[in-house]
Design a protein around this ligand. Structure first.
Ligand code: PLP
Length: 463
């Protein structure tokens, strides 16, 4: 029996965002407090960024090395400038407290005990599914499967749906800008089933070639699986348009929301997707938790991905039957604390407002794009700075991305360097690696300045 009594212990915590008493609306965006000057234009943070930063004690860390002897390892004399949230975001106190509350107050396995602690844990864990469902406009917890991360959510569909439904003559359509989580998964499922895997080309400006998309998607297409916001190019892909084309051909649409769900309002109905995957650790939540959204009737028709305890209804020596959605896809002891904390992270983001998070990302990305362009000697990948997600991947003339990252580390600036799990895209770009700075709700214009200054130093060092 599923717990139905209201949660009395533990549960998620409220954000500690202070009320600045300076609240007004501009173009539908909630504005709190601080004003800044960017590019000579009076701009505004869409919320009180300093108050947000106070929720993330890790941002007060000192790191870095000695810029006089670059690359010589860790130090502790430079303020951290964390520009790697697209890889993993930081976790506010409210979320950390939620995890501590769970372990201190009602730690127990879910769906296995009728004792009070298990009841409380089960209710909080189940309600976390409701919070995730509401956040992305799903119709209810039946459509939300908790997974380890985006990667596992994609593998779940590829294995549970793909192995059963795909065969020779079918095709799956991806794009050239897919993360390996999607690309490798469908590539390998294609090999096992005989289905063809096609890649929509990327234009010189870093956008999807929609004419090519219309050519790739045909009557044999069973699945169109495309990244919503590219983790390398920052491109925001027209998922709703792709969904219309795919659905005209009776194909399903799977959006990789790893970079979009944390950074902007995402609604599965508006996007018209059949599946959506995202990770808690990129949106103020803990590691070890992510979600798969799937349309209920499709999930109903799919076989389980993992077998074992908790996902069954009745087992005999000969056969077994499955639990209702979403538990049919959540075999074994799940990530309970992480699931509950995932909901706390969402409540934290909702308190700020996803429109505001997006506006803040836009502001920083545009500023970084313009400042890095003005610096000279920097090649930025993806669309111009006014139309992209909150990240900038680039290379500096004559400096390997790994060296750049190492030098930036001496200045306390944490960026990512490498192929960002998009090797084939980097092949298309003609580079082995790139540097990537990514921004989140706690980053500031001054931190972008620190990035640009350090990039300038690195460029001059190698000149
Ligand atoms: N898809 C995109 C676009 C990503 O950026 C990432 C992670 O960087 C993933 C998928 C994989 O996410 P995870 O490692 O949390 O499974």
């Amino acid at each position: 029996m599923r717990p139905s009594k209201p949660l009395t212990g533990g549960g998620v915590q409220q954000s500690r965002l202070p009320d600045t008493g300076n609240t007004y609306r501009t173009e539908g965006v909630l504005v709190l407090g601080a004003q800044i000057r960017v590019m000579g234009v009076q701009e505004q943070y869409p919320f009180d960024v300093e108050a947000v930063r106070a929720d993330f004690p890790i941002l007060d860390r000192l790191v870095g090395g000695d810029p006089e002897s670059p690359g010589e390892g860790p130090g502790d004399d430079t303020p951290l400038v964390y520009l790697d949230s697209a890889a993993t975001s930081h976790t506010p106190d409210a979320v950390v407290d939620t995890i501590a509350d769970y372990y201190r107050g009602y730690n127990a396995n879910v769906h296995r005990g009728i004792h009070q602690l298990s009841q409380e844990a089960s209710v909080a864990y189940e309600e976390a599914h409701d919070t995730v469902a509401d956040f992305i406009g799903a119709s209810g917890r039946e459509e939300i499967v908790f997974t380890k991360n985006t990667t596992e959510a994609m593998n779940l569909v590829a294995y549970a749906w793909g192995l059963d439904e795909l065969g020779p003559g079918d095709n799956v359509v991806l794009s050239q800008m897919e993360h390996h989580a999607s690309l490798v998964t469908w590539q390998q499922i294609g090999k096992r089933t005989g289905a063809d895997v096609r890649f929509i080309e990327v234009t010189d400006e870093g956008r999807l070639d929609m004419e090519h998309a219309a050519e790739c998607i045909d009557g044999d297409t069973q699945m169109v699986s495309v990244v919503h916001v590219s983790n390398t190019l920052g491109t925001i892909n027209p998922i709703a348009e792709l969904a219309d084309i795919a659905h005209d051909h009776d194909a399903y649409v799977f959006a990789d929301g790893a970079q979009s769900v944390p950074t902007r309002p995402v609604d599965v109905e508006d996007l018209g997707v059949d599946f959506l995957a995202f990770s808690g650790h990129k949106m103020c939540g803990p590691t070890g938790i992510g979600a798969l959204y799937g349309r209920e009737e499709i999930l109903e028709g799919m076989q389980p991905y993992l077998y074992g305890g908790d996902m069954i209804r009745r087992v005999s020596f000969e056969d077994s039957t499955w639990e209702d959605l979403p538990w049919k896809f959540e075999a074994g002891t799940p990530s309970i604390a992480q699931g509950i904390a995932f909901a706390a992270a969402i409540e934290y983001l909702e308190e700020i407002g996803m429109e505001n998070v997006q506006a803040h990302e836009d502001l920083l990305a545009e500023y970084a794009y313009d400042e890095l362009t003005d610096l000279g000697g920097v090649e930025i990948y993806g669309p111009p700075g006014h139309d992209r997600g909150g990240l900038v991947a680039f290379n500096v003339e004559g400096v390997h991305a790994h060296d750049l990252s190492s030098i930036l580390n001496d200045y306390g600036v944490a960026i990512r360097a490498g192929d960002h799990c998009t090797q084939p895209l980097h092949d298309e770009l003609g580079v082995a690696a790139s540097a990537r700075a990514s921004f989140y709700l706690y980053n500031t214009v001054e931190e972008v300045d620190a990035l640009v200054d350090a990039v300038g130093e690195a460029r001059d060092l190698f000149a």
